[in-house]
Write a protein that binds this ligand. Sequence first.
Ligand SMILES: [Mn+2]
Length: 280
Amino acid sequence: MIKTAITVSLVEEARGGPFVLWDGVEQGCKTAAELGYDAIELFAPSHEVVPVDALKKLLTDHGIGLAAVGTGAGMVVRKLNLTDPDEDVRNRAQGFIKNMILYGAQFGVPAIIGSMQGRWGGDVSRDQAFDWLRTALNDLGGFAESQKVPLIYEPLNRYETNLCNTMAEGIQLCDSLDTGNIKLLADVFHMGIEEANPAEAMISGKAYIGHVHFVDSNRMAAGMGHLDLSGIAKALKEIGYDGFVSAECFPKPDALTAAKQTIAAYRKFFKNSRTLFVCD
Ligand SMILES: [Mn+2]
């Protein structure tokens, strides 16, 4: 059954970025629960900012879950990434991600690698960057497996990385790895830029997709842009996707409006979700 989530950011340096709720994790849990979301997706500066026990209590108190944890703060705050020319930076990027994997694993949820993949260019050739990326994903994927969670890798649009932009490239990368523990994040915003047909791309990703960012063409809340979200939702149901659809959108025109718009859209597009059951 498809479950709903909304992003909560605790990273001040990322303000202006595509996260909906910004007023702390407690308020984030409260708002998400009140609106009927199943879970929050947490974007934190590090694994130490919200102690595991404190978050467990908040989630329990509000009756919601954790969908996934982002690792992008490693890039935004610490300038780390997995394909940096500096070996020390690459190693520290892996360490940062391992800590986030361990953090998420205590909730049974995966960490997401998006911007932390970096990009090739300058002194780093495309082949070299992919070698480093594959080595890191094999190591981190195996580590996540030892913690009984998958690891999520996100193809991004061309303006954010030149490594994997499409579902096909993400699949090709997964197939080239030694670990089978990497799942793909299908972000509908990136797919709207890169895919000839996002719904068909979703269907091609059937065996690979582990998480979905479900927003609109302009990275506004679902329904506030021009993507064929109905067709994409239909494709997700067709492939039997049963993970989260998560709102990684701009808090525009304001956070609450974006959050309400998103849950209304999710109810419309994913009529069999538990959220609809509970709230309607
Ligand atoms: Mn995303």
